[in-house]
Design a protein around this ligand. Sequence first.
Ligand SMILES: Nc1nc2c(c(=O)[nH]1)N[C@H]1C(S)=C(S)[C@@H](COP(=O)(O)O)O[C@H]1N2
Ligand SMILES: [Mo]
Length: 543
Amino acid sequence: MNFGKPPVGGPGAGRALGALCGVPAVAAALGAAELTAAPLRPQAGPLVAVGSAFIDLAPRRLKDAAIRAFGADDKLVLLIGIVATVLAIAAVAGLAARRRPRLAPALPAALGLTAAAAALSRPGAAPTDALPSLVAAVVGALALRLLLGSLSRRAVRPSQLPPVPEIGTTAPGQEAFAPSTPGLLEGGLSDRRALLRTGTATLAFAALTGGSGRAITAARDSAARGTGLVLPRPAESAPPLPPGSDLRIPGLSPFTTPDDGFYRVDTALVIPRVPLRDWRLRVHGLVDRPVELTFEELLRRPLIERDITLTCVSNEVGGPYAGTARWLGIDLAALLREAGVSAGADQIMSRSADGWTCGTPVETVLDGRAALLAVGMNGRALPPAHGFPARLIVPGLYGYVSATKWVTEIKLTRFAGERAYWAERGWAQRAPVKTASRIEVPKPFARLRAGPAVIAGVAWAPHRGVAAVEVRVDGGPWRQARLAPSPGPDTWRQWHMTWDATPGDHRLEVRATDTAGLTQTADRVPPFPSGATGRHSVLVTVL
Ligand SMILES: Nc1nc2c(c(=O)[nH]1)N[C@H]1C(S)=C(S)[C@@H](COP(=O)(O)O)O[C@H]1N2
Ligand SMILES: [Mo]
């Protein structure tokens, strides 16, 4: 039965089939791990554990590049990268095991142990967090042996073969390397059929376990989110936005950023979920009277509402990592005074449910600004991605030194004694937000018609406030833009002006001045280590 082509299932094909075995084996391992992790902690799964460890260990430059290149999708890209790497290793494992069956369990075991170590190394990890990865190692090894066993016995010595098994009735391992179709040993076709059968069964196992794991996690999530949670009315509402603070110019950011348009920056690969009834905030360290609050107790305190602009230190000049929301929360300064901050404490070290830490200057929080332990955003409970059930918000400081999401702990310490997550990685310990402005209308490389054209954007200098915005064209004289009003110094301000556009290519450039009289510098510095400086400009063509 030779039609001129080499017989299907020659040595090369055999190897390829071996490599193919790795894929369903990995799927089965990950599925079983997902199901094991679901009732424990979804973060304990091998993919998330390895991904989170990778994020924490990754050099800053790589992290910066990832945030720049992928923005909010950086985590998705990382997970895809890990899955692709594991699949590649699985293919190699399949190949190697085809030739040396004793090797079959070695690679899954090595992968599983690595993931278990990653899971155990996570902040606040419980010993049981290693379980999903160990289950993955065992299931991966068994599945690989089963799949390889479904192929012909060419790769094994006949003397090693156990009796022909029925899948599902033999003890685990016994079926390995047994030919499933002994009459057709030489046929590559039978190899492929057998692999297809066993592979399909393995993938079905993966889908079933993975799917149920996901379902359990989703059910626990909606319970944790306190679905339908209604927050009390503020004791002190935010002052109404002054008329005209939102210019409603097409293409201009709205004054209040909608939740789903609000930038997200954090190190969490999966959003930490704390069941509301288990949530506690502990205020301790260098204090006279440690305080512990349940969520219910928190909500019984007077709630304050404020419009505050939050920005990320990683924001490049003209970048998107800034947003303004109406935050609702308790007065953070009052909470600290209640605990009684010791004279020696200068740092508020806050910690999230997933172990991220943040160092905030005590004196900033106590200087009278509206620092909040926030539970609400834009009229509702915090969205999970933005810190449910509670986060910190301190006007005027970059998020990494002030805005701990999923906060569970506030410890009064000294800057000299303890470094928070990003400070440990070289970022500044103290980081007030630098004055910034951005042109949003027209868009870069827009083509405009000659005549009057609108130039508009936003500028921020929290907690100092924006006093002026100027624009110039092609390096000409600076002209004052018209500033929209704002509810206070803690938010950005929209601005606009009309430009008589003349045909040709033009460069529009903006700079803001804060109420202290300081104007943005033209010197470009990158975000590391304390925030970017430089002026935003856009190039346009007028026809
Ligand atoms: N738990 C936790 N909180 C965090 C972070 C984080 O990585 N983990 N990142 C901080 C940073 S760098 C910023 S800029 C803000 C962003 O808040 P947002 O995602 O709600 O916009 O959250 C801060 N709070
Ligand atoms: Mo940030």
